[in-house]
Design a protein around this ligand. Structure first.
Ligand code: BG6
Length: 488
């Protein structure tokens, strides 16, 4: 297959996302021959940098690869800087000419990828100007990549969708949820649909519950101001966690086509139990970290962080239960849990199978642990299946054992999430991007929770830094007869 050609225009080229994620990912694609030699990057930002300054920034961002035989100067020679004030229409025409010039110089096939790596309030206006000033009338394809947050609630997301929808068709819009670029999140589909042994059991007859935990050790660090207006529900649950729920719960698609897969994910979101305001606190629990100990050091509470209100009502932790009221999943809770300043940095999916009808080993004093399928998303990437078997004794007894696949044992290096996603976008594969309907439905669900929580002052802080969140998160499962599996 021919590697894609394009001029990649990065708005926000001097920002954190571009330097930390985009340039290293482009470099890895280039190194792995996934990026054709016929590409150019136009860095667009306010700052008056020279081409040389810009290329030096790019080279600094790929320093970690210095042992590579590849010439960093050669890679950086594809990068060009264009100082830009997004408010001035005349600057768009200059940019258009510059892109045309680079297209010719690098033989980029007339294709354009516009990547918005900047504050979301610019997405709509810039997209509109790109269209009105003719930057999308190029001979090849043009695509728009945007980063979350896609709005702050349903109304603002809807407005944003409509704004960018006037300039780009839905199939030209690539909304990034970087969790969908993670290797093991992409693996959910393969584990489910390429193995005969799971799909027959993948329903409410055999699965007791599903648990997804995405915990972080870091606090809000320098992002206090943004985070205090957002909180864990908007920052993690509305997007990353609901996306994982959809992939785990969707029906097998008719084909592995982006539209077919996204259609099945949308059906899951549509089947989420519609909670009434007085049910919200039975299904969702919020928390905010207090000070505590991390790696033997005392750390501050959330309310003591920069940019955070002293009496902030913003949650840094959420645990919740999604019920998917369809034939496959009726009665099976999908529990999710995410938070800052928890015990460890880890994302894990655990599928707990139902207990056997009887325990034949009871007389021998054995309890039988439920079978678990564990998908380790990060930091380790792998899959573990928890079974029961006879181990070393003389009698026929049952002991828990596990079968594990750990990627690092194979010495395999997974592509980074952004690397996967940029590659997909250049190839026009929108499977791992979020459709406007998914954004809308997930906000509609989450808005019902925020409506309740914003009206009720929470008893914060309610969990110590370095722990797994408030007790209420454990009680959420206990009342259903389950527990969070911390084991695996
Ligand atoms: C981002 C959130 O989307 O995901 C951050 O805005 C969070 O608050 C991050 O820290 C977590 O991503 P990862 O890949 O480190 O699990």
């Amino acid at each position: 297959k021919e590697t894609p050609r394009a001029v990649i225009v990065i708005f926000g080229a001097t920002g954190d996302l571009a330097n930390r994620k985009l340039y290293p990912s482009l470099y890895r694609l280039y190194r792995n021959n996934k990026l054709s030699k016929h590409f150019a990057v136009v860095g667009v930002a306010r700052r008056p940098l020279t081409n040389e300054d810009f290329r030096n920034n790019v080279k600094a961002s790929i320093e970690e690869f210095k042992d590579d035989a590849l010439d960093h100067d050669e890679f950086a020679s594809h990068f060009h800087y264009n100082p830009f004030d997004a408010q001035h229409l005349s600057e768009y025409q200059k940019l258009d000419n510059f892109i045309k010039e680079l297209d010719q110089k690098h033989d980029a096939g007339g294709n354009r990828l516009f990547y918005m790596a900047m504050a979301p309030n610019f997405f709509g206006p810039i997209a509109a100007n790109l269209k009105s000033q003719g930057l999308t009338d190029n001979p090849g394809w043009s695509r728009l990549v945007i980063e979350k947050p896609f709005g702050h609630n349903f109304d603002t997301a809807d407005k944003l969708n409509k704004q960018i929808g006037q300039a780009f068709d839905e199939d030209q819009i690539f909304r990034i949820d970087h969790y969908l670029g993670k290797q093991m999140v992409q693996n959910i589909e393969i584990v489910r649909f390429a193995n005969a042994m799971f799909e027959p059991l993948w329903n409410n007859q055999y699965i007791a519950n599903v648990q997804i935990t995405s915990s972080e050790v870091l606090g809000v660090e320098e992002r206090g101001r943004y985070y205090d207006g957002s909180g864990a529900l908007r920052d993690m649950v509305q997007n990353h966690l609901l996306q994982m729920v959809s992939l785990l719960a969707m029906e097998p698609p008719a084909r592995l086509q982006p539209d077919e897969i996204r259609y099945e994910k949308v059906k899951v979101l549509r089947s989420l139990r519609d909670l009434k305001a007085d049910e919200i606190n039975d299904y969702f629990v919020r928390g905010q970290y207090d000070h505590g100990q991390i790696d033997g050091e005392t750390v501050d509470s959330y309310r003591e962080s920069n940019g955070v209100e002293e009496d902030s009502n913003t949650e840094t932790f959420v645990a919740g239960k999604f019920m998917i009221d369809n034939f496959r999943w009726a009665g099976v809770p999908f529990y999710v849990r995410t938070g800052k300043r928890m015990k460890e940095k880890s994302t894990k999916i655990i599928v707990q199978f139902k207990d056997l009808p009887i325990n034949l080993y009871k007389d021998k004093g054995d309890t039988i642990d439920p079978n678990l399928l564990v998908i380790n998303v990060q930091p380790d990437e792998g899959i573990t299946l928890h079974l029961n078997a006879k181990k070393t004794d003389y009698e026929t007894t049952s002991t828990p054992i596990s079968l594990s696949y750990d990627k690092k044992d194979e010495g395999l290096e997974s592509p980074e999430a952004y690397e996967n996603l940029i590659n997909d976008c250049l190839n026009g594969d929108s499977t791992s991007f979020v459709h406007a309907t998914e954004v809308a439905l997930s906000w509609q669900f989450v808005d019902k929770i925020t409506d309740v929580w914003e009206k009720q002052k929470a008893d914060f802080p309610n969990y110590e830094s370095g722990t797994n969140g408030p007790d209420a998160a454990d009680k959420l499962l206990e009342k259903d007869g389950f527990k969070w599996w911390e084991c695996c």
